[in-house]
Design a protein around this ligand. Structure first.
Ligand code: DAH
Length: 342
């Protein structure tokens, strides 16, 4: 009997090495371990042996059985990998010999700055809102006090769709929807992608990001605006930031301002970032025009508010020392994956 067992084992070993398909492997499993398989037959043969022989041969056969199962499973796993590799090799859509990208992905510089600002404003009680990129002409212009034929539309030429909607030119396009959603009092920021007809150069892109903010309540004044801007910017730059307001015109605020910050990189002495002026123009803002409140369903006799339109793209460029805006939309990972949250 020992010889028989040995014979079955040897036969198994020579056959398993040659098996090249899952079907053949399954056929082998049946041929050895199935009801009429050779290992099963060996076990059946034990019947005719003496008690001592049964013990000894039984052990050998069980060892053989374990050996067979183990090798069938192992060859099965091997075959699966081989077959998958062969399939991929034959599939001309993929070149599996190309080196793969082994590094982790990173956040886009604008996403990094956006998330940081969202965290800062959330901690000050502001809701973070999202708004569509395709908006009605009404929301983009009329609702923020830019009627048809107003010269301010010239500066914000954009893509007009066949259905009369536009790709939003500024995040202010969401002001009306936010006022209608929250009414007064309200505190909200809304970051978003904006689109304009621009001649491309290192600081102008047709696609860029802004972050709009609004706070409406009773007795909101310019002091509140300055306080929130200073607090937010000090958090962003991780140091005390001095701001100044200059008059600026935007149809949806009255009065309107350009908010400058004292250059956080040179402390106001003058450097390349502030173009040696000591101040950086950062964030247009102002007190929300009563007509805008009214169109948003908020009583301008009772409530006032401030609004600002932070250039998210500009801020990210400044924070990370990016000198060409075109890099941000380039999809060039070699350039884009070097930035991390500071
Ligand atoms: N929407 C303006 C733009 O893109 C920026 C702006 C100015 C937003 C003043 C405001 C604001 O909220 O108060 O040019």
């Amino acid at each position: 009997m020992k010889e028989q067992i040995e014979k079955v084992k040897q036969q198994f070993q020579s056959e398993i090495a040659q098996v090249s398909s899952m079907d053949a492997l399954e056929a082998m499993r049946v041929a050895y371990l199935g009801k009429k398989g050779s290992v099963t037959e060996l076990l059946k043969g034990l019947k005719s042996l003496s008690v001592d022989e049964k013990k000894e041969m039984g052990r050998y056969i069980n060892e053989l059985k374990a050996h067979v199962s183990e090798h069938i499973a192992e060859r099965g796993a091997q075959l699966k990998t081989e077959l998958e590799e062969a399939r991929l090799k034959a599939d001309k859509r993929y070149d599996i010999s190309l080196p793969c990208q082994e590094t982790m992905g990173t956040l886009h510089p604008i996403t990094i700055v956006q998330r940081e600002l969202e965290a800062i404003f959330s901690s000050m009680g502001f809701a973070v809102e999202d708004f569509s990129e395709v908006v009605t002409e009404y929301n983009n212009f009329e609702a923020v006090n830019i009627p048809k034929h107003h010269p301010a539309r010239d500066m914000q030429d954009t893509y007009y769709l066949d259905n009369g909607q536009v790709l939003k030119t500024h995040t202010s396009a969401a002001q009306n929807a936010i006022l209608r959603k929250y009414g007064a009092p309200c505190r909200a920021i809304f970051p978003g992608r904006c689109f304009r007809n621009e001649a491309l150069d290192a600081s102008h892109e047709t696609t860029f990001f802004q972050m709009e903010g609004m706070m409406v309540d009773e007795n909101i004044s310019i002091s509140n605006l300055i306080y929130f801007m200073e607090t937010m910017l000090s958090e962003v730059f991780k140091k005390e930031i001095t701001v100044r307001l200059r008059p600026g015109f935007f149809p949806f605020v009255e009065p309107g301002f350009e908010l400058d910050i004292q250059c956080p990189f040179c402390g106001g002495k003058g450097c390349a970032t502030c173009k040696h002026g000591g101040w950086i123009e950062l964030c247009p803002c102002g007190m929300i025009h009563p007509r805008v409140l009214e169109m948003g369903g908020v009583d301008p006799e009772r409530y006032t508010g401030f609004a600002f339109g932070l250039g998210l793209t500009r801020l990210a460029m400044m924070q990370f020392g990016i000198h060409d805006i075109r890099m941000l939309n380039s999809g060039n990972l070699k350039a884009l994956d070097q930035f991390v949250m500071m």
